[in-house]
Design a protein around this ligand. Structure first.
Ligand SMILES: *Cc1c(COP(=O)(O)O)cnc(C)c1O
Length: 484
């Protein structure tokens, strides 16, 4: 007797209309959650019993969606980082948008594989990259690729730099037995540059950090000296890294001078514009990041100041062929066949690390089309005005002091107190504000001092939110023992 065949199974819903009802409820709840965001605390800790409930054993057999969705609503949705809230100003986070709830849903529906291929999603990504090149002042022949975020975008840029300026083929030969390769960045450059040098085999010895002036811009004479000193020692300088918007205070290096120096010294010029690069979208702010357009490679995020959901960043490379030289591989199972769905090389996979990659371009495309570049520019200007308003209030309040210039959208300040107490007090005040759920700034150190740091990359923030936060901070400060 032949064995009876196993029933064939699938993950599609057994009952589409039942599934659809739940999906529509989830969509409605999601939009309601966004609409009501201002009414909730910015952040609250996850209660212990909720954490215990999430720590469940491996589910061997499935549960009904309605039950799991209910658990999501109780245990997960109410305890986010809070970065979609109008009074979240910590680190450099993104506030997302209602529109992207729709674009992410549609991208998930298509689940396009965007390594390349003859498909609409590839055309959409190329179009988005074309727009981004135009906005950043890059030529049409430049190459671009959307990646998961700023760290990855910078890593890709540095990988191209290494390949173009090593003087040998690091892909084929590796680095051993070769002159040590050197990268130069400022002491204010974000720590992605350390991760990238580690991963690319240069090690942290391959990274020279150059000091900055009081405006947090790299010191050019020191930079030039370091390059010459390293050459004289038999090391091989390959790349200058400039910052457009440093993570601590939003400072921008003299990018034109860095571009000139890189040409003089035959070095690659990479710019980390994680959030600052987007200032170019506003005619009023563009001069603050002048020189970006002279970079050999530029990395920036769209999930921070671009108001898009995680994760999407972008690398642009002026010499488009350089990025394929650094990444393209051929493999029989991926060969283009001249016609059909895969007529040629896989364009996006050949410009970066990822082979299987999703349709992250859709949310960028839809936002740029629906919202328009000018609206983004106006929002960036609004955030910069808000930073200036906060800085002006801090400067007026006798109890407060600014700790750094405010060149863009970040304000670092503290409550005044006796020198031996000031760091501990400010940390305590910041934690009390965070724990109150009223507002969420983060912290950093400026010249060794603890600073309360407010970073405005939030399209929901109103000036009154900043005033409310500052009033609350001053009230808390009044409760502390008298200032020095
Ligand atoms: C956030 C940030 C990065 C890293 O980007 P991710 O998207 O977080 O990986 C790099 N540089 C600067 C200046 C940043 O603010």
């Amino acid at each position: 007797m032949p064995p009876s065949p196993l029933p064939e199974i699938t993950l599609d819903p057994a009952n589409w209309s039942e599934f659809s009802a739940l999906a529509q409820q989830a969509l409605g709840d999601a939009l309601g959650f966004l609409e009501g965001v201002r009414e909730r605390p910015v952040w609250r800790p996850v209660p212990e019993e909720i954490a215990r409930e999430i720590a469940e054993p491996l589910p061997r057999s499935g549960r009904p969606l309605a039950e799991v969705y209910d658990q999501f609503r109780r245990c997960i949705l109410p305890y986010p980082t809070g970065n979609i809230h109008p009074r979240f100003w910590g680190w450099v986070m993104g506030s997302g948008s209602a529109l992207s709830v729709v674009s992410e849903l549609l991208a998930a529906t298509m689940n396009a594989h965007v390594a390349g291929y003859d498909q609409s999603a590839a055309l959409v990504e190329e179009r988005v990259l074309g727009w981004l090149k135009e906005l950043m002042g890059f030529p049409a022949e430049a190459s671009g690729v959307l990646v998961s975020g700023g760290t990855m975008a910078n890593l890709i840029g540095l990988a191209v730099a290494r390949h173009e300026r090593a003087g040998f083929d690091p892909r084929a030969e590796g680095l051993s037995g070769k002159p040590p390769l050197m990268v130069y960045a400022s002491t204010e450059t974000h720590h992605w540059v350390e991760k990238a040098c580690e991963l690319l085999g240069l090690g942290r010895v391959g990274l020279t950090r150059i000091p900055c002036d009081s405006e947090h811009r790299v010191l050019l004479p020191e930079l030039r000296q370091a390059i010459h000193r390293d050459r004289a020692r038999g090391l091989r300088p390959i790349c200058l890294v400039g910052s457009a918007g440093t993570v601590n205070i939003g400072a921008t290096d003299d990018l034109r001078a860095l571009a000139a120096l890189s040409r003089e010294e035959n070095l690659w010029f990479h710019v980390d514009g994680a959030f600052g690069a987007l200032a170019r979208l506003s005619p009023a702010l563009a001069p603050l990041v002048a020189g970006i357009e002279e970079a050999d490679s530029l990395a920036f995020d769209l999930h921070k100041w671009g108001f898009l959901p995680y994760g999407v960043g972008c690398t642009l490379v002026r010499d488009g062929a350089a990025s394929t030289r650094a990444f393209a591989r051929s493999a029989s199972y991926l060969a283009g066949l001249g016609r059909g769905i895969s007529p040629g090389p896989l364009g996006f996979a050949d410009r970066g690390l990822e082979l299987s990659r999703g349709f992250r371009a859709l949310k960028v495309w839809m936002a740029l089309k629906v919202e328009g570049v000018d609206r983004w520019g106006a929002l960036f200007e609004q955030n910069v005005r808000q930073a200036q308003h906060l800085a002006a209030r801090v400067a007026r309040e006798p109890r407060l002091e600014l700790l750094a210039p405010v060149p863009l959208n970040i304000v670092c300040f503290r409550v005044r107190a006796a020198p031996e107490l000031v760091d501990a007090w400010n940390q305590e005040l910041l934690l009390r504000i965070q724990e109150s759920g009223l507002a969420l700034p983060s912290s950093t150190r400026i010249n060794g001092h603890f600073a309360i740091r407010v970073c405005l990359t939030n399209h929901r923030t109103r000036q009154a939110d900043l005033d409310q936060f500052l009033d609350a901070l001053l009230a808390l400060a009044a409760d502390l023992p008298a200032a020095a």
